[in-house]
Design a protein around this ligand. Structure first.
Ligand code: C2E
Ligand code: MG
Ligand code: MG
Ligand code: MG
Length: 275
């Protein structure tokens, strides 16, 4: 009897596995069609200088306009897009959209674009970026590429590509800092133009430990001469904290949510921050 149950249990497990595989296959098929049909939108989230409260730029964040599920968040499809290679075309679309859009903004505003390790490993990224900049007329200094440290893991080619991007005049930011493995080693291996501290150290009731880590990262950035952006600033108290400890810039729901058309930052933002 125990054996029978065991077997049923196994069948059940197999059925669940099949279902998961089917889900994945369906998602992949839908994603493939979506890339083909260009069913994506790019939203823009503001970043501010914490001393002036003024916008310094916007981060481009992709969304999938799904016929049934509505607007799907990138967390739900970027990993699959990376596994299947679809990220290459999707990423090219985001890059073009972002540069074209930013070309219409006041010239002091940058645009930040997330680049996946898969895109970075493909040859031709540097040429593509150069072509897109040329076509859009955007000054290279106004484009900031965001990469996570996983990109650099034992990959000299990736580092060479980032150097070439900097050679074009494009800025390179280290995204989600503090969540990966040996972050400090990466700061030695590549001269990043910016560090973005992951919101895990910023949002919510960040505890004493998170605050100490936050301070240490900002201090590290200052010593290295690299400006630090705090991600996930959701409350006036969080904005006050990141300003007080010396972050240069802030991004988060308090400053502004991602939106299809970049929204101006409210001029009284800093006035609401406790002194
Ligand atoms: P990320 O690059 O770290 O982008 C910041 C994420 O945090 C965005 O999520 C943004 O909406 C969210 N966020 C911003 N402020 C706050 C806040 O105050 N509180 C909270 N809870 N969240 C906040 P989103 O748009 O869902 O994107 C998730 C991730 O997907 C991005 O993280 C990035 O790694 C990836 N991603 C998005 N667009 C692209 C893209 O075009 N290409 C690639 N390769 N990855 C992308
Ligand atoms: Mg990012
Ligand atoms: Mg991030
Ligand atoms: Mg991220």
């Amino acid at each position: 009897r125990a054996k029978e149950n065991g077997r049923n249990g196994y069948r059940f497990f197999e059925a669940a596995m099949d279902e998961a595989q089917n889900d994945r296959r369906r998602l992949e098929l839908e994603l493939r069609e979506a890339v083909h049909a260009n069913a994506f939108e790019v939203h823009y989230q503001p970043q501010i200088d914490v001393t002036t409260g003024r916008a310094t730029g916007y981060e481009a964040l992709v969304r999938w306009r799904h016929p049934v599920r509505g607007l799907v968040s990138p967390a739900a499809f970027i990993p699959l897009a990376e596994e299947t290679g679809l990220i290459v075309n999707l990423g090219a679309f985001v890059l073009e959209h972002a540069c074209r859009e930013a070309g219409t903004w006041p010239s002091e505003l940058r645009v930040a674009v997330n680049i996946s390790p898969v895109q970075l490993r493909r040859s031709g990224l540097v040429e593509r970026v150069r072509d897109v900049l040329e076509a859009s007329g955007l000054a290279p200094e106004r484009l900031e590429i965001e990469v996570t440290e996983s990109v650099l893991m034992d990959d000299d080619d990736a580092i060479a590509t980032l150097h070439s991007l900097q050679g074009l005049g494009v800025r390179v930011a280290l995204d989600d800092f503090g969540t990966g493995y040996s972050s400090l080693g990466y700061l030695r291996r590549f001269p990043f133009d910016r560090i973005k501290i992951d919101r895990a150290f910023v949002s919510g009731r960040a505890d004493a430990h998170a605050t100490i880590i936050l301070r240490t990262i900002v201090d590290l950035g200052r010593r290295l001469g690299i400006p630090v952006t705090a991600e996930g600033v959701e409350t006036p108290a969080e904005l006050e904290l990141v300003r007080r400890i010396g972050c240069s810039e802030a991004q988060g729901y308090l400053v502004g949510r991602p939106s299809p058309h970049p929204q101006p930052v409210r001029p009284d933002l800093l006035a609401r921050v406790p002194a």
